[in-house]
Design a protein around this ligand. Structure first.
Ligand SMILES: Cc1cc2nc3c(=O)[nH]c(=O)nc-3n(C[C@H](O)[C@H](O)[C@H](O)COP(=O)(O)OP(=O)(O)OC[C@H]3O[C@@H](n4cnc5c(N)ncnc54)[C@H](O)[C@@H]3O)c2cc1C
Ligand code: SF4
Length: 356
């Protein structure tokens, strides 16, 4: 590929350590000029490098690090290693049994081949699919801070209706992250300074006036794993609904992760609800879940929850249709969840409790 921009496509160094301590030392070099990047499946990073949107000086391949395990926690929760593949995670027996919402969201993404390559850590850090971000001939504040936002007043069919700023109206495209947001995941990260935990709600950012910063992860931090609190009580009533322009191999226009814990008397004990592809991060609103808690599943409660979730939505022109679409998709996802989870083979799961 001809550069013509003086940008470097091939990194100066490539390392494939098998020790986390070594990888963290290598990443510590990214503070300063040597922009060192981890690479996992490469399904996003290599595309960005080919387009010279990212030109790392060094790559640290994380695939030999001991981070590929999926393990049960003693409290009934789950640990998902950062380098575990999306396919292995989605089809893992514990994920299918206790987190069918996550499994369904992951299987709605990309293609089987990409899911076999894509890692859990990389999925969280995938960049937006805004067309202008990939077109270096157009201004884009995310690619080049201060240059402007070509999407505002331009092609906005896939853009944000919630949480956008005057500097960026891009959306986060992940399916997995919508389910992780709904399920209260926590991201465990490390650097040479030590380890820290980032609640999922704080992991991705809204664009504000720094849309070039997607997440709260520092440049020298490595994602070690994603931890999920116990969620078996939601397993019988969950649904991930992805609305897209064609049935497979497409990013969502709108997606909804919905999970209900329904008591034997038929009322909703607890609800988890998140919207995807409508904002710079998965969109979750406590008031929307509060509306459902204590209510009986049905049209009235579901419409109220949908209204609370899209509260404050703003059209950017061509994407005005996403506001009513988001409402309808929330209602349909909740109806589907209330009827009972459909497993990955397309069968209804056995219901542990029969609502009265
Ligand atoms: C054609 C196509 C269609 C797709 N469709 C969908 C879809 O419908 N839904 C969806 O959700 N996704 C979709 N994707 C995105 C895909 O899921 C992501 O590209 C993938 O999850 C990224 O994982 P990876 O391991 O390949 O990451 P990489 O490309 O290796 O890395 C991505 C980023 O993560 C960083 N990184 C990787 N691992 C770590 C770590 N452990 N710690 C810190 N940083 C790390 C890298 O430095 C890089 O910045 C699609 C991708 C393609 C190419
Ligand atoms: S919406 Fe964001 S990513 Fe797209 S052009 Fe504007 S600043 Fe760039």
């Amino acid at each position: 590929m001809g550069s013509g921009h003086g940008a470097r496509m091939i990194p100066a160094t490539y390392q494939r350590p098998d020790s986390i301590a070594y990888a963290l030392q290598a990443l510590a070099g990214s503070i300063g000029s040597n922009d060192t990047r981890p690479i996992a499946g490469g399904t996003n990073l290599l595309d960005l490098m080919k387009l010279q949107l990212v030109t790392p000086g060094a790559l640290v391949d994380v695939n030999r690090l001991p981070l590929d395990r999926i393990e049960a926690r003693e409290d009934g929760g789950l640990r998902l290693g950062a380098t575990a593949r999306n396919a292995d995670t989605a089809w893992h027996p514990l994920v299918e049994r206790d987190y069918p919402l996550l499994s369904a969201a992951m299987l709605a993404a990309a293609s089987p081949q990409i899911r076999n390559m894509a890692s859990n850590g990389g999925n969280l850090l995938q960049r937006t699919r805004c067309t202008y971000f990939y077109d270096r001939a157009t201004p884009c504040n995310k690619r080049e801070p201060g240059s402007g936002c070509s999407a505002i007043g331009g092609l906005t069919r896939h853009h944000a209706i919630l949480g956008a700023s005057e500097h960026c109206i891009a959306t986060h495209p992940s399916d997995m992250c919508v389910a992780l947001a709904a399920l209260d995941a926590v991201v465990h990260v490390a650097s040479v300074r030590g380890e820290r935990e980032i609640p999922f709600a704080d992991f991705h950012r809204l664009p504000g006036d720094t849309p070039d910063v997607d997440t709260s992860l520092a440049a020298d931090e490595l994602i070690l794993r994603i931890e999920l609190p116990p969620a078996a009580r939601f397993a019988a009533h969950s649904a991930y609904l992805k609305v897209r322009e064609r049935l497979s191999y497409a990013f969502a226009l709108v997606s909804v992760a919905a999970a209900l814990d329904i008591a034997p008397d038929g009322t909703i004990r607890a609800a988890r609800l998140a919207l995807g592809s409508v904002a710079h991060k998965p969109w979750r609103v406590a008031a929307a879940e509060a509306v459902l808690e204590g209510a009986r599943p049905g049209a009235e409660a579901f419409a109220a929850a949908a209204e609370a979730l899209v509260q404050g939505a703003v059209s950017q022109g061509q994407n005005a249709f996403k506001i009513p679409l988001a409402r309808r998709t929330v209602i349909r996802a909740l109806e589907t969840a209330a009827r009972g989870t459909v497993d990955n083979q397309g069968s209804s799961r056995p219901q542990p409790e029969t609502p009265a």
